[in-house]
Design a protein around this ligand. Structure first.
Ligand code: PLP
Length: 408
């Protein structure tokens, strides 16, 4: 008799986005002429950089001729991309990461989700709250938790992000083996200082624990001094894996490319107390279950590091950051506490009340869609997330409408 993995039954249905879609549709049906502006989504809106498009066109032509055709590529990624990543994302910043520590993939979501396969079944997992749900759900699927009550799974440790800690939880006396951290953060837009990240690295080393550092929004960092990588912290190579993505960096949400850094010498522990290097484990995992990101995509990703590609992708991110500033300035002027919106495409707004009520108010009175914070975890109640991914025209229009509703 075929049995299901009953851990899947524990997963809370994605109430958040279904419910948002339902409410938006009901509103649109009732007001067919309403021009609804969506500031809820985490997807990019601007097209690929011309340099990336040109590189991908050329790569298609490569595939069209016997002499330049590529079939299966290396599972860890082509050397041309791994070298470009190591040089530009790390070595130029004097961060010690080599190309053979980089594993190219089809996105950070898969890597964040798959990495837990490397760990023992009984490891204690800590996640921030509010949180990007992938970290939680993949551990639920793997059977590392009990059931969900009141929005939290038993067996998981939740690290509350709140106004008091600036949405950057500290390790304190945490007893965990693995912690997921994400900065700049989705959903709060918060960034961590080097001292805050160093405290996590020191904690991990002292506790033989591992940090899974999600830097999917690294390209939005503009403030000097904010770390771009966990490996800027002393000792991080001994206790951290880092995830990066071209999705928000270069508009690859539909193209699909990301990478994971697993440093040489990074170990986890066996039952007998001896250690095992994680890099060969991840190599084995990827070579067994993944057949590489497409040649065409990787040539596109490589072009992000060309002088034109870098300038063009930076300009797009500056544009989104400009959107974020417009929204942030307007909300601050209206008297709201706002986190993020600098060094991040997300704004996390304290709505001083119920997040769904506030969502409904903006939907019904301003025709603007946001995301209720409660959907990202219990600690997200009382907040909404606003995204800067939209056209300037829509953002200005949305801000004008929001100001009218909230200011009046
Ligand atoms: N990590 C975080 C924090 C994200 O917000 C996202 C996407 O929204 C991802 C990872 C996934 O990125 P990718 O498109 O590379 O799978």
């Amino acid at each position: 008799m075929i049995r299901v993995n009953e851990n899947y039954l524990k997963i809370q249905a994605s109430y958040l986005f279904t419910e948002i879609a339902h409410r938006v549709k009901a509103h649109q049906d009732a007001h067919p002429d309403a021009k609804i502006i969506r500031l809820g989504i985490g997807d990019v809106t601007e097209p690929l950089a011309p340099a990336v498009v040109a590189a991908m066109h050329k790569a298609v032509d490569d595939e069209a001729a016997r002499e330049t055709f590529h079939g299966y590529g290396p599972e860890q990624g082509y050397a041309f991309l791994r070298d470009a990543i190591a040089e530009n994302d790390f070595q130029k910043r004097e961060i010690d990461v080599a190309s053979d520590e980089i594993f190219v993939s089809d996105g950070a979501k898969c890597d964040c989700g798959n990495i837990q396969e490397l760990f023992g079944q009984d490891v204690k997992i800590a996640v921030p709250d509010p949180v990007y749900p992938v970290y939680v759900d993949t551990n639920v699927m793997a059977g590392r938790t009990g059931v969900n009550t009141d929005g939290r799974y038993s067996g998981l440790i939740y690290l509350d992000g709140n106004a008091a800690n600036g949405f950057v939880p500290a390790p304190g006396n945490l007893e965990a083996d693995v912690v997921y951290l994400c900065f700049p953060n989705n959903p709060t837009g918060a960034t961590a200082t080097k001292a805050q990240l160093q405290a996590w690295v020191d904690w991990a080393r002292a506790n033989k624990a591992l940090i899974l550092f999600d830097a999917a929004y690294e390209a939005f960092i503009r403030t000097p001094g904010i770390p771009h990588s966990i490996y800027e912290c002393a000792g991080a190579r001994e206790c951290a894996i880092e995830f990066r993505s071209f999705s928000k960096t270069a508009g690859f949400t539909g193209v699909r490319c990301g990478y994971t850094v697993v440093p040489k010498g990074l170990v986890a522990w066996k039952a007998d107390g001896s250690s095992a290097e994680l890099r060969p484990f991840w190599t084995r995992r990827q070579t067994t279950k993944f057949n590489g990101c497409s040649y065409i995509t990787q040539r596109g990703a490589e072009a992000v590091y060309s002088p034109e590609g870098a300038a063009q992708t930076k300009a797009t991110i500056d544009f989104y950051l400009g959107n974020a500033k417009i929204v942030k300035d307007a909300l601050l002027a209206l008297g709201y506490d706002v986190t993020g919106g600098m060094d991040s495409p997300y704004l996390w707004v304290n709505v001083k009340g119920d997040s769904w009520e506030f969502f409904d108010r903006l939907l019904k009175e301003a025709n603007v869609v946001t995301t209720p914070g409660a959907g990202f975890g219990r600690a997200g109640e009382g907040y909404i997330r606003i995204s800067a991914f939209n056209s300037r025209e829509n953002v200005e229009e949305a801000v004008g409408r929001i100001a009218k509703v909230l200011g009046g």
